[in-house]
Design a protein around this ligand. Structure first.
Ligand code: ADP
Ligand code: MG
Length: 337
């Protein structure tokens, strides 16, 4: 009898160890369609935390979408002044700070120009110079005001958080997962990758950087607890008469940024900052971009340029491995010491 009880106790404690370990060690995965892209979530935790992550993404998308008639951004663009949620007020306030620090390379009021090129509805066209210069008259992030939760824009203005929403969402999901005890997760929000901790075995996550000139990838970054976010002219574009028109607009010209960059990947702790900066650095080009990074050392970056070169900030020298077409590419290290 006593033996039986001991055995049962042993079994129970073994079962307890198994079940208490299981949530942390089992990969739970979900595919989410939100923010106009496909997101893949891999969370080492229980199913409930994964479902909550999905819900958080849907709820942020519902507030931040520029095209959904029920969203706060849609209403702001329609009414020019709106009382928004704390989330929306926060993301706009932070985005405006980055618009300023990038000297307008990022400008969330560029939306009417993006629409004129047809990128919002996939009905591509080339606007005339006159049309662009008229639209540019009301592109100016500094005219957006946030007073508590009341956001006000100019009469002809429309804003779009497409350049920062996925990064912000990654930050929010990451914070929620950490709060709930998750130590290991990989969030791929449509090519914007955000990692929580390391892989369960303690090794770094390996994040692929797409090849902007082909279908494979240009290299692998080994990282943990970081966002890895890429903007590139290969992501959304159309071609007419042999010319490629892509979706990252230079707010100074109203045209697709005439950048020497094919893609720029920014790595750092804040997904929103990396998302914003990947767009802004693309507009700046390599020289201005490298200068910006010199002043903002908390970010690492990889530029792939139209002459097939790779520029790396020095912090990535040991963690980036080029692959495929780029194995023999010229790699220039941006060393700021
Ligand atoms: P993606 O969302 O394709 O990953 P980005 O993060 O670079 O790429 O964001 C590009 C989106 O941001 C565009 O689709 C457009 O809506 C908007 N956008 C384009 N140019 C700018 C700009 N200079 N500043 C702010 N937003 C921009
Ligand atoms: Mg971006």
């Amino acid at each position: 009898m006593k033996k039986n009880i001991t055995l049962t106790a042993l079994c129970l404690s073994f079962l307890f160890i198994l079940t208490s370990c299981a949530p942390q060690n089992t990969a739970q995965t979900a595919t989410v369609f939100a923010m106009d892209t496909v997101m893949e979530l891999t969370v080492y935790g229980d199913g409930e935390v994964l479902r909550d992550a999905e819900q958080l993404i849907y709820s942020l998308d519902a507030k931040l979408s520029a095209t959904d008639e029920h969203s706060e951004i849609y209403k702001l663009n329609r009414d020019k002044s709106a009382t928004v949620s704390a989330d929306t007020a926060e993301i706009i306030t932070r985005a405006l700070d980055i618009c300023k620090s990038t000297d307008g390379a990022l400008d969330i009021s560029i939306y009417p120009v993006v629409s004129a090129w047809g990128f919002t509805k996939d009905e591509h066209r080339i606007p005339s110079d006159d049309e662009l210069s008229e639209l540019l008259d009301s592109v100016d992030y500094s005219k957006i005001s946030v007073d508590g939760r009341v956001v006000t824009i100019l009469p002809d203005m429309q804003i779009d958080l497409g350049s920062v929403a996925k990064g912000y969402t990654g930050d929010r999901v990451t914070a929620m997962l950490r709060e709930r005890g998750v130590e290991s997760a990989l969030l791929n929000l449509g090519g914007n990758v955000q990692t929580v901790g390391t892989k369960p075995d303690g090794s770094n996550w390996r994040v692929a950087v797409s090849d902007p000139a082909g279908s494979g990838y240009a290299g692998i970054i080994e990282t943990s607890d970081r966002a890895v976010i890429t903007s590139g002219s290969y992501e959304r574009y159309f071609e007419e008469d042999g010319v490629r028109y892509h979706h990252i607009i230079d707010p100074k010209t109203g045209k697709p940024a005439a950048s020497d960059i094919l893609s720029v990947t920014v790595i750092g702790e804040s997904g929103m900052m990396c998302d914003a900066l990947s767009t802004a650095l693309f507009v700046m080009g390599v020289d201005r971009g490298a200068e910006f990074l010199r002043e903002n050392r908390e970010f690492e970056a990889i530029f792939i340029t139209d002459d097939g070169r790779i520029y790396l900030t020095s912090g990535l020298e040991d963690s980036f491995t080029p692959s495929g077409m780029y194995e023999n590419a010229e790699i220039e290290v941006l060393n700021y010491d």
